[in-house]
Design a protein around this ligand. Structure first.
Ligand code: NAI
Length: 286
């Protein structure tokens, strides 16, 4: 309660970012979100037109309020990084100050500080290609959007994070076990994200008293996951084989994020926390 959260990677009400926003709001946090520039218009107009009202309902019956929506493209750190074709692109030209550094500056100007930073975004243009068929460009794009984007977000937001604050990202078990179909360097990007979680926990803990953790989430039928193309199979596989044979709800990930962001988790940092009905613990499917 009384805390302020910035959640990067919310563009509809189906993904983990939205569920995390709701759990944090239910716990009394003020919610700011960062929305991918090309998705901004449709997200904001849907919000305004009440399209998300049903999924905005919190356990106490009130509606989640989003204090401000910031346009964000986490593959660009500052205006000098942005190539001309993106600058002049119709979907980007209508918005401004959407590089990571500028968003952090805007949040500072508008609100002063935050307590909770959430990274709930990923992108791999060649995700449907096996690693052996992935181009250098596709691999580096996956790492840029899905791993370095987190380093950059934390780097730029940490100066405005209050001591005792918490930072969370979302990862997937394909980082450590073979998940055929999660290609394009996305498995590599998640491995980097998990390793960075440990190093960043050390650096942010020592210098800023900030905790850094990542949630290894089970399969959810989000927009991003549907684009990969095997999500129904993964949900079905988990239902068949996990210790807990139930469909994973995004709220279960949201509630874990709220716990990790609270004083209840004050000694947890540098950790990969599995929220996957226990599937990670299985050796073989039965
Ligand atoms: P989602 O589609 O709700 O979220 C991904 C978001 O990333 C979208 O809002 C998209 O607009 C945004 N995005 C993409 N590129 C961006 C950029 N350059 N700058 C800013 N935003 C950008 O999908 P989901 O699945 O909820 O993804 C959230 C996180 O959860 C991701 O890190 C994903 O890898 C992770 N995850 C998802 C699982 C699943 O089964 N859905 C399983 C385990 C982890």
């Amino acid at each position: 309660t009384g805390k302020r959260a910035f959640i990067a990677g919310v563009a509809d009400d189906n993904g983990y970012g939205w569920a995390i926003a709701k759990s944090l709001a239910a716990a009394g946090a003020e919610i700011l979100v960062g929305t991918w520039v090309p998705a901004l218009n449709i997200f904001e107009s849907s919000l305004r037109r009440g399209k998300f009202d049903e999924s905005r309902v919190l356990p106490d019956g009130s509606l989640m309020e989003i204090a401000k929506v910031y346009p964000l493209d986490a593959v660009f750190d500052n205006p000098e990084d942005v190539p001309d074709d993106v600058k002049t692109n119709k979907r980007y030209a209508g918005s401004s100050k959407w590089t990571v550094q500028e968003v952090a500056e805007s949040v500072k100007e508008d609100f002063g500080s935050i307590d909770i930073l959430v990274h709930s975004l990923a992108n791999g243009p060649e995700v449907s290609k096996p690693l052996l068929e992935t181009s250098r460009k596709g691999y580096l794009a996956a790492i840029s959007a899905s791993s370095y984007s987190y380093v950059s977000l934390l780097k730029h937001f940490i100066p405005i994070m209050n001591p005792g604050g918490s930072s969370i990202s979302l990862t997937y078990i394909a980082s450590e076990r073979i998940i055929p179909g999660y290609g394009g360097g996305m498995s590599s990007a998640k491995a980097a994200l998990e390793s960075d979680t440990r190093v960043l926990a050390f650096e942010a803990g020592r210098k800023y008293k900030i905790r850094v953790n990542t949630i290894s989430a089970g399969p959810l039928r989000s927009r991003a996951a549907k684009a990969i193309g095997f999500i129904d199979m993964m949900i079905d596989y988990s239902l068949q084989n996990a210790p807990l044979q139930k469909e994973l709800s995004s709220d279960e990930v949201g509630n874990t994020a709220a716990f990790l962001s609270s004083p209840l988790a004050s000694a947890i940092t540098g950790a990969v926390i599995y929220v996957d009905n226990g599937l990670n613990a299985m050796g073989v499917g039965v």
